[in-house]
Design a binder for this molecule. Structure first.
Ligand code: 5HM
Length: 174
């Protein structure tokens, strides 16, 4: 998934009625064995989303930033327990399942749905068939909105709208 540089400017008024978001997505598969961290290009979608959410006052839980983009990776027991706790605490779960699939993100999608969180999944445009059946079918058992895009920065308004829809659907179903 490509991403153009963030556009900056004044804060958007996404009007989320939530205060925190957990952002998941491919990690270890993107850590370069030589540099020991993700490339700037691979960091960009996460950096753009984090900046966008924080500009609107949301608390963002994100392991990529927490673990310095691969330079300060936590031991498995530690990051697993922490991620599960943070997903439980977060008001919304947003994730990039990844092509190829990110194993950790798939576990996190399972947790988020089991916790009954509103979920927004960012899929690569035109590649639905490459995602697992249980990713495409997660909407049958959880409150999931899918955003299909090639450029995360350009899709931010759609991400905002998807979050609002997921939150609203969950609220009206309660
Ligand atoms: O399997 P993969 O590394 O792609 O899993 C990524 C997801 O697992 C991320 O959403 C992140 O929240 C979590 N994770 C983490 O928190 C994964 C790893 C390494 O697998 C890590 N910390 N060190």
């Amino acid at each position: 998934m490509t991403t153009t540089a963030p556009r900056g400017g004044t804060p958007d008024s996404a009007c989320y009625d939530v205060s925190s978001v957990f952002l998941g997505g491919p990690f270890m598969g993107l850590v370069d064995s030589e540099s020991g961290r993700m490339s700037d290009r691979d960091c960009l979608p996460f950096a753009v989303l984090i900046e966008h959410f924080e500009r609107q006052g949301l608390h963002v839980y994100n392991a990529h930033r927490r673990e310095a983009w691969g330079a300060e990776v936590m031991p498995p027991d530690e990051c697993t327990a922490l991620d599960q706790k943070e997903i439980e605490k977060a008001d919304v779960f947003v994730a990039i399942p990844g092509i190829p699939p990110s194993p950790g993100t798939h576990i996190e999608m399972g947790w988020a749905s089991a916790f009954g969180k509103p979920i927004v999944l960012l899929l690569e445009e035109g590649k639905d068939e490459e995602y697992g059946f249980l990713v495409r079918g997660l909407r049958a058992v959880a409150t999931v909105e899918y955003v299909r895009c090639t450029d995360i920065a350009a899709a931010l308004p759609e991400v905002d709208a998807a979050i609002r829809r997921a939150v609203e659907r969950l609220r009206t179903a309660a």
